[in-house]
Design a protein around this ligand. Structure first.
Ligand code: S3P
Length: 430
């Protein structure tokens, strides 16, 4: 599918974004192994989170979608820690790294063998990072070249470990914690830098015995989780596209409602404000341990700057759209310490550079980052999403600032996290 995106001089309106992808995965997985029903409101509409549900269904966990006073409600009929059953065939995680990496922690503890794979992008993504700690916990996992899906996971009785993550990764941390739920004794995960803590918050919400210190999580094995009502906040990483669109356009005033503002995710807002962005937080509240609020964004003069160190890890999913902002900023953007971008849904350093160049924007790539001079004009071009949702959406935002209409090839990639993206964009772009 090809989408045409025309230039816009303003971004206006009040919109919501889909439920947070990271939180949706966690609620689906944890409610499946909790005892009793969970009602999950605002579950992500993205294909990735549907992949998690397809996998849990194949493991014998029923779920239904219904309407509840105009809100989409997902009911998951959890069967408790020992309730999963042998799947009839290979599980399919689709495009979703979170599904395969986190679910593997649960599968490693089952009294059966499971095979799990994904699409042509996912089978190129590294899995050794979860295989290493799971092997230390006593699981046996086979993979192509000992690193890539399909994974064959021979579940077994696990033991708790004290694991220091070599790479800052919330997916790996979560995988170990999910396995730790089933393990004998205590599981400790130590992080080099803080990553998103949605798993820890959700585990506590559903009744796990978990203790948190800065960059250290301790979880006691053997707890029985209980199902409950859960409300998923809007996804700040999806909101990021519209935030940048509003900042760049000449006369914007945009309100984004019910956005997740967990402090492990809001480095994006700190980075943007540090560059001069006019963003206000309104109506902040706490729901299921997560912070939620509205964002008001107005046109701003953006200085640009350097993103490096722990900040890079904290805004890793937003680098594609921040790169677009960097080219439009006064001083440009330098991104360092972003080698993880090379193993995302695409090699995002190359995908960003390739599409910036298509728009005749100058960019230099390094092994672990990007250097993008500021004050550049985007030229109308044919954008290639390369099947990567965040590339499709980031360059739709660049297209709003281009000197003529752009086409986005393989635009449907956006539906991995945000199926309503183009409709919402048309609604707010003038
Ligand atoms: C995620 C963690 C991050 C992020 C991904 C979602 C999660 O990946 O890029 O989009 O939900 O835990 P890593 O754990 O590989 O850093």
């Amino acid at each position: 599918m090809t989408e045409e995106v025309s230039p816009a001089h303003a971004i206006h309106g009040v919109v919501s974004v889909p439920g947070d992808k990271s939180i949706s995965h966690r609620y689906a997985m944890l409610s499946s192994i909790a005892a009793g029903d969970s009602q999950i409101f605002n579950y992500s509409t993205g294909a990735d989170c549907q992949s998690t549900l397809t996998c849990t269904q194949a493991l014998g966990i029923e779920h239904t979608f219904s309407e509840d006073e105009g809100r989409r409600k997902l009911t998951v009929h959890g069967k408790g820690a020992a309730g999963l059953s042998v799947p009839a065939s290979m599980l399919d995680a689709g495009n979703s790294g979170s599904t395969i990496r986190m679910l593997s922690g649960i599968l490693a503890a089952q009294p059966f063998t499971t095979k799990i794979t994904g699409d042509e992008s996912l089978v190129k993504r590294p899995m050794r990072r979860i295989m290493t700690p799971l092997a230390q916990m006593n699981a046996r996992i086979e993979a192509t070249n000992e690193n890539f899906p399909p994974l064959t996971i021979h579940g077994s009785a696990l033991r708790g470990i004290d694991y220091s993550l070599p790479v800052a990764s919330a997916q790996v941390k979560s995988c170990v914690l999910l396995a730790g739920l089933y393990a004998a004794g205590e599981t400790i995960v130590r992080e080099p830098i803080s990553t998103r803590d949605h798993t820890e918050i959700a585990l506590r919400e559903l009744g796990a015995d978990i203790t948190l210190e800065p960059r250290i999580v301790r979880l006691q094995g053997g707890a029985q989780l209980s199902g409950k009502t859960l409300i998923v906040p809007g996804d700040l990483s999806s909101a990021a596209f519209f935030i940048v669109a509003a900042l760049i356009a000449r006369e914007s005033n945009l309100i984004l409602t019910n956005v997740g503002l967990n402090p492990t995710r809001t480095a994006l807002l700190d980075v943007l404000r540090g560059m001069g962005a006019n963003i206000k937080l309104l109506h902040i509240e706490q729901v299921n341990g997560e912070i939620v609020g509205n964002l008001e964004v107005k046109t701003s003069r953006i200085r640009g700057g350097v993103i490096e160190g722990s900040t890079t890890a904290a805004v890793i999913d937003e680098i594609p759209v921040l790169s677009v902002l960097g080219a439009a900023s006064d001083e440009g953007l330098i991104v360092r310490n972003a080698s993880e971008l090379r193993v995302k849904e695409t090699d995002r350093i190359e995908a960003i550079a390739q599409n910036l160049r298509r728009m005749q924007v100058t960019v230099n790539t390094t092994e672990d980052g990007l250097e993008i001079p500021g004050k550049q004009q985007f030229r109308a071009a044919q954008i290639q999403s390369l099947g990567d949702h965040r590339i499709a959406m980031a360059f739709s935002i660049a297209a709003l600032a281009a000197d003529g209409p752009c086409t986005i090839e393989d635009a449907e990639a956006a539906s991995v996290s945000f199926p309503e993206f183009y409709t919402t964009l048309r609604h707010i772009a003038r």
